[in-house]
Design a protein around this ligand. Structure first.
Ligand code: ATP
Ligand code: MG
Length: 428
């Protein structure tokens, strides 16, 4: 066992194997895989495949063996602990033809920790399992927990790095030990992987692709992904394998081209939040904001108030779920509710104007809809949503059939209402 060992060549491509029955059963979401993907990409290392296997030794051996055949560089997480379901080390040791040995340094360290914590008796034998290390392995120190990571390398330079499953320990070890080891020295010529996201809303994936025309099939030197969600369709541009200055200029160039085509639908970049964008625009124009919510039940208000500093723009609102509240607090005429029904553009408009009147805000936003799963009818099926904005007496409303389950319909509704405000603010 060596603590040092010559560091390997900087690596560009590798595979991930996440280990654990709980991952396959869906009780634990593989956040380790996601975190490794993001962190390694930022360091210019591409994950070309990610595999998840259960705790069985044979499955681990096969998955890691296959991955080694393909890339010669593999990171595993999970199964390093002291319990019998933790089979990662012996399974991979076998793959490298190495025996397991007790590492006295680790064993003593474990015993010392046990005593230092004032736990009774001596260290249980099962805990000593953690000190069993494959022959000629390199130890990756774990300052964040007890199970050390292991680095195994064969004479052809192919390697496996075994990290713990506990996400906090895995992240710590990656940053402290593994990343410096595999990323090599940072230099300006080092190839990187960089992405940029343009966030669009109010337009479907295929309409957006049509709008982008030939750009939709990719801008040379970049790849483009359409990522639809309840907030809208995100356009993610990625550049791989070029130095940072080149990557940055390619991304900026691609973003400019995409923005030019998709302009009115783009509300921001990267992790921009439409509520924050609307608040900023209101602040610049000196407008205050109030909400009147039926089917979203406060979701819009929650999104707005989740943004730090919203209080100088947002004054409050009314959750007008029952018709009686729409009438009494927002002055929606009873006859209008009778004639058009609560889910109608007329009622949405009356709610928006009503909330402006009671709060004195410059802008009133209203949402009323059928979130389902019950309550739909032939002319107003589940997903029918109406929303309206009253901006200093300029009133605009929309009606749309939203897709998705109850939660998605409500999220889409809040987003659509915010987008109408943004459009009206942009129009001046
Ligand atoms: P321990 O010493 O705690 O046993 P370990 O290396 O053996 O560590 P596991 O037993 O596989 O790790 O998992 C420990 C914890 O980390 C579990 O709660 C598990 O759900 C969680 N975990 C394991 N793998 C992942 C993963 N890929 N993503 C997120 N959480 C994970
Ligand atoms: Mg475990």
């Amino acid at each position: 066992v060596s603590e040092s060992g010559a560091p390997p060549e900087p690596v560009r491509r590798l595979e991930i194997v996440t280990i654990g029955d709980e991952l396959l059963l869906g009780f634990t979401i593989d956040t380790n895989g996601a975190f490794l993907g993001r962190t390694l990409a930022a360091a210019g290392i591409e994950i070309v495949r990610r595999t998840t296997v259960g705790d069985g030794a044979a499955d681990i051996t096969r998955a890691v063996g296959d991955a080694l055949e393909r890339t010669g560089a593999v990171i595993t997480t999970g199964g390093l602990g002291p319990t019998s379901d933790d089979a990662t080390k012996p399974a991979i040791a076998r793959l490298f033809g190495r025996d397991m040995r007790m590492d006295e340094t680790i064993a003593n360290d474990l015993r010392a920790r046990w005593t230092a914590r004032g736990w009774p008796g001596t260290l249980p034998t099962s805990n000593l399992q953690q000190a069993m290390i494959p022959e000629s392995a390199t130890i990756l120190a774990n300052r964040h927990g007890s199970a050390p990571g292991i680095w195994l390398e064969d004479d052809r330079g192919r390697w496996v790095a075994m990290l713990p499953g506990v996400p906090r320990e895995m992240r710590g070890m990656l940053a402290d030990t593994l990343l410096p080891r595999i990323a090599g020295k940072s230099d300006i010529d080092r190839p990187v992987i960089r992405s940029l996201t343009l966030r669009t809303t109010g337009i479907g994936e295929s309409s957006l692709a049509d709008l982008l025309g030939e750009l939709a099939s990719g801008i040379p030197g970049t790849t483009l992904a359409f990522l639809p969600g309840t907030a809208g369709v995100d356009l993610r541009v990625t550049v791989r394998g070029v130095p940072l200055p080149e990557a940055t200029s390619r991304l900026e160039n691609a973003a400019a081209l995409l923005r030019e085509r998709a302009n009115p639908h783009v509300y921001g970049a990267d992790d921009a939040d439409l509520a924050a964008v609307v608040l900023d625009a209101c602040r610049i124009q000196g407008f205050t904001l109030a909400v009147a919510e039926s089917c979203t039940g406060g979701m819009l208000g929650a999104r707005i108030t989740a943004v730090p500093g919203s209080s100088d723009v947002f004054v409050g609102g009314v959750i007008a779920y029952a018709d009686a509240i729409k009438s009494s607090y927002l002055a929606v005429p009873g006859a209008m509710l009778q004639e058009h029904g609560a889910v109608s553009e007329d009622v949405a408009r009356a709610m928006a104007s009503g909330v402006r009147a009671v709060t004195g805000a410059d802008i009133g936003i209203a949402i009323t809809g059928v979130a389902g799963p019950g309550g739909g009818s032939a002319d107003k099926p589940v997903g029918t949503v109406c929303w309206a904005v009253d901006m200093r007496q300029t009133v605009k409303s929309r009606r749309r059939a939203m897709v998705g389950d109850r939660g998605e319909i409500r999220e889409r509704s809040a987003q659509a209402a915010l987008e109408l405000v943004r459009r009206m603010l942009m129009a001046g």
